[in-house]
Design a binder for this molecule. Sequence first.
Ligand code: BES
Ligand code: ZN
Length: 592
Amino acid sequence: MRRPDPHSYYDASQPKARRLRLRLGVDFAAKRIEGEVILEFGQEIGGALHLDSKGLEILSVQVPGHGPVPWDLDAADAILGQRLCLDLPPGTFEVAISYRTGAEAMALQWLEPEQTEGKLAPYLFSQCQQIHARTMVPCQDTPVVRVAYQAEVTVPEGLTAVMSAGPAGDEATADGRHVFRFTMPQPIPSYLLALAVGRLACRDLSPRARVWAEPELVEAAAWEFAGVEDMITKAEGLFGPYPWDRYDMLVLPPSFPYGGMENPRMTFLTPTLLAGDRSLVDVVAHELAHSWTGNLVTNASMEHFWLNEGFTVWAERRILRILHGDDAAALGWAMGQKALEDSLARFKSEPHLTVLRMHLAGIDPDDAFSSIPYEKGARLVAALEREVGEERFLRFIRDYMDAFRFTSITTEQFCSFVEAKLPGALETVNARAYLDQPGLPDTSPEFRSVQLDTLSVLAERWVEGARPSTHQIGSWKPAELQVYLQKLPRSLSQADCAWLDGHFQLMGRGNHEILVEWLTLAAAADYEPAFPRIREVLLRVGRMKYLRPLYGALGQHPRGRVLARAIFAAASPGYHGLSRRVVQSILATYPD
Ligand code: BES
Ligand code: ZN
């Protein structure tokens, strides 16, 4: 037995599935999916086959032309779930498994109509990264294995299904439901399987890009993301032709636990990006960049997650630089620096989670999640770029993508490739310190601009009474205000809070990065006028990036803690399982 991924029961001595055929019946009343998956191997196989499954009810296992085959579910591991052991007859080409999803399927969130914009119909969405695909489909749930897939999804009439795949037709069924067909011809890792079902409308943004959202939001979404074709074109200029045919996006309900998820052909996005001024489209640049870094060249396991996210943050800021200039990119790096420092502080007593090359046996990858693989990883990539020069580095990146396209690789494979193409560069930038040592090496690249220096100095001098001028207040772009707020001291007085809100109109901001930065400062200052807005945001939005700092800051004062507990009691039934877990862990650190 050889298990290359500590988060999967996949056994490398066994054959890999090549393609999945899915039939999914979405049952909103029972909040479960009735599923059948056929795993195709593309060759004759036989003997033991181990799959990942978590909370699934297995109904039958059949080999077409042969009949039922014996199967067994091992005892459940809290992180991995249950190993599903099949014993396949010789000459097996494919195996069909009928199953039902469980009530606690972490990949799925079932929303009541009230949790949607239109409040008219229920909604379902999946989130499979990191290791939740196994709660939706029994499979080899590791990025070491890549599969093409086709799917048939049956939903109540009037609702629309979308997947991380191309559409392949839809029709009404005899029993008054509707079936949607999909096909994903390119091989993807299981964490990129994705499904959403709801009342959906769409708008074309270009011949190859479209945005989906509830009808109430679709115009706003089309306006916010109107620039996406330009972004795709710029990204192609850097990384080569877009490899996935279409780039569509879905704006989800506000309980979606992430900012964005790079599901191929259908990026999932939080509605908090709809700021009304296009100020948060860097998240789209990020998810789009994953089309190359992550989806085309993929981390072989979560121990190499930085290969996905570090590269993508670097790529996102490279795109941003072309679109909006050096200053905008420098602000992006500054926001990243803050996120990195916060994460390093959070993991102060767990230094093993601050290295890039992680060792995660026995560790839930959702617990290891932080900004470190993103920002420390991006800094390693940027250090290599600075070392060899932009032009040579871009040629290297294109070679890298050619060499590893549609494969999943480890940090070691990456390092050997760099050594072959850019000999000595890893050594010069001290890559080891990034990969295997905690914290951030002090040789890591700095990103400065005049504007950034101005913001830093002004924020640092807050305590001495320095305040932004009327001109600055009127002229700062959202990203500048965000960086300024991030750089302010964490312990403001009530009067400081009133000054900031009065001059920047913070309470009414539609840009959630600014709004949450402000509300976090206000919560840390025990500033009561902000409490109603904090309650409103926490009751509506389930994005973990916002829950963490807000619940954290509320914990600093007795009445903040009372408020936080009351909000959580009311909000938690509407949170995604992942978000609920994160908030519970924060509340558990409160002193009383
Ligand atoms: N792939 C991630 C989201 C993710 C990470 C889901 C780990 C599950 C486990 C996505 O690309 C991402 O990084 N999203 C960020 C966007 C940001 C860095 C621009 C987010 O959600 O905030
Ligand atoms: Zn990402």
